[in-house]
Design a binder for this molecule. Structure first.
Ligand code: ZN
Length: 252
């Protein structure tokens, strides 16, 4: 019953969308990432993007005016992750904040002597547990070009990971998947990737993924959708698990 009402409500939201066909065509055209999708997948992605735009509040920061076109670019890429999952995978938070470019965050760090220092970090994006996703528009506008790096996929992949608590590289996997297999496969691949990164061996996957297991799966999610063959070549078992988790096979 609940899902019947939800579907009816979602259909209504989709029907009432003010986005024109030209706007959709324009947004799809600027994202080579979406070229591989079939017609029915594009329809489904469009539906999810409308629901996403309805449920999320997308704000500009530092005076940035967020246009429909920008919202579409964000929504279509975020929803590619959940194309075969569902919009409720993005439940539990509302806000997306878009900065014009990179931005700085400051936080306090206490050193061994007990002295508090203010540390400033240059950021392109963030995903907060039960809080907003923050994106640099400059980096978002250049995403989706199939170079294996995609800020939008990265930050929203963190959101999926966070559905089981803090980001730790362990999103809620499906019933038919094996928890131990997931843990073993990712732990082994992460150790290998960290060792390669430490040795300066470049396999085409951003070494930022060697920071911790949460960054590993976020970086791999970017690569999975943009340069899937890289994961298939280096970590075929990881590719297989990501394929099962996202229920998509970008290589095929
Ligand atoms: Zn990250």
């Amino acid at each position: 019953m609940f899902s019947f009402i939800t579907n009816w409500w979602h259909d209504r939201i989709v029907k009432q969308s003010q986005i024109t066909d030209d706007q959709w065509t324009g947004a799809f055209a600027r994202l080579p990432l979406l070229k591989r999708l079939t017609k029915s997948e594009r329809q489904q992605l469009r539906r999810l993007a409308i629901l996403f735009m309805h449920k999320k509040a997308i704000h500009g920061a530092q005076g940035l005016v967020v246009t429909d076109e920008m919202v579409l670019v964000i929504a279509l890429q975020a929803c590619l992750l959940i194309l075969y999952l569902d919009i409720h995978w993005f439940d539990g938070w509302v806000e997306v904040i878009v900065y014009p470019g990179g931005y700085a965050t400051t936080h306090n760090v206490t050193d061994e002597a007990g002295v508090v220092h203010q540390v400033s970090n240059a950021m392109l994006g963030e995903a907060w547990q039960r809080g907003p996703v923050v994106l640099s528009w400059e980096a978002t506008a250049n995403a989706g070009v199939m170079d294996g790096e995609n800020l939008v996929l990265h930050e929203f992949a963190h959101k999926l990971d966070m559905l089981t608590g803090s980001a730790n590289g362990f999103p809620p996997i499906h019933k038919e998947m094996d928890v131990d297999q997931w843990t073993d496969t990712f732990t082994t691949a992460f150790a290998d990737f960290q060792a390669k990164a430490a040795a300066g061996i470049d396999i085409g996957i951003n070494t930022y993924g060697a920071s911790d297991p949460a960054e590993f799966i976020a970086v791999l999610s970017e690569v999975f959708f943009e340069r899937p063959q890289l994961i298939q070549n280096h970590y075929p078992q990881v590719y297989d698990l990501l394929r099962q988790f996202y229920r998509q096979d970008p290589i095929a």
